[in-house]
Write a protein that binds this ligand. Structure first.
Ligand code: CO
Length: 168
């Protein structure tokens, strides 16, 4: 397993849509292993392939990294959602920046697992939020896109400041 470089906000790859995975090849399996290694090393709850520079619809999630029981999703899709709720959210591509984001509090999602089987999952709480956040990455969307303009601008200003310091 190899720890990959996590692309930070401002990298153009995060603004490109990911392609469907056609076949669970050896390369896909290796990518998943490396993404898990990378996510756990960074202590993240989730990681999507574009965040490591790969434009394929693959993400890994573990809302309880202590347990190391990852959910590996290939071609994930939210098929229904309940009420919306605002909760604090962050992203490995925007380290140490958090904001309230409104999302479905519970969802049903479909995906393909690493064995190529079609799966359906009902999720709520942090897991529901993480799945929606990671799928957004596959669609080139980042959580601060949901914020009001002034708030997004504040965060972008902070990022600029950090870039100047070489801390981004
Ligand atoms: Co993210």
């Amino acid at each position: 397993m190899v720890k990959l470089e996590i692309k930070k906000y401002g990298d153009s790859v995060l603004r490109k849509k990911s392609d469907l995975v056609q076949k669970i090849s050896k390369d896909i399996k290796r990518l998943v292993e490396d993404m898990l290694e990378t996510m756990y090393a960074a202590r993240g709850l989730g990681l999507a392939a574009p965040q490591v520079g790969v434009l394929l619809r693959v993400c890994v999630i573990d809302v309880d990294p202590g347990k190391k029981s990852p959910l590996i999703m290939i071609n994930p899709k939210v098929i229904s959602g309940g009420d919306k709720i605002s909760e604090q959210e962050g992203c490995l591509s925007l380290p140490e920046l958090f904001a309230l984001v409104k999302r479905f509090s519970n969802i049903v999602a479909e995906y393909t697992d690493l064995e190529g089987k079609n799966k359906k999952i009902e999720a709520d709480g942090l897991l529901a939020r993480a799945i929606q956040h990671e799928i957004d990455h596959l669609d080139a969307k980042i959580f601060i896109d949901y914020l009001p303009d002034w708030k997004k601008k504040n965060i972008e200003k902070e990022i600029k400041r950090r870039k100047k310091k070489g801390d981004w």
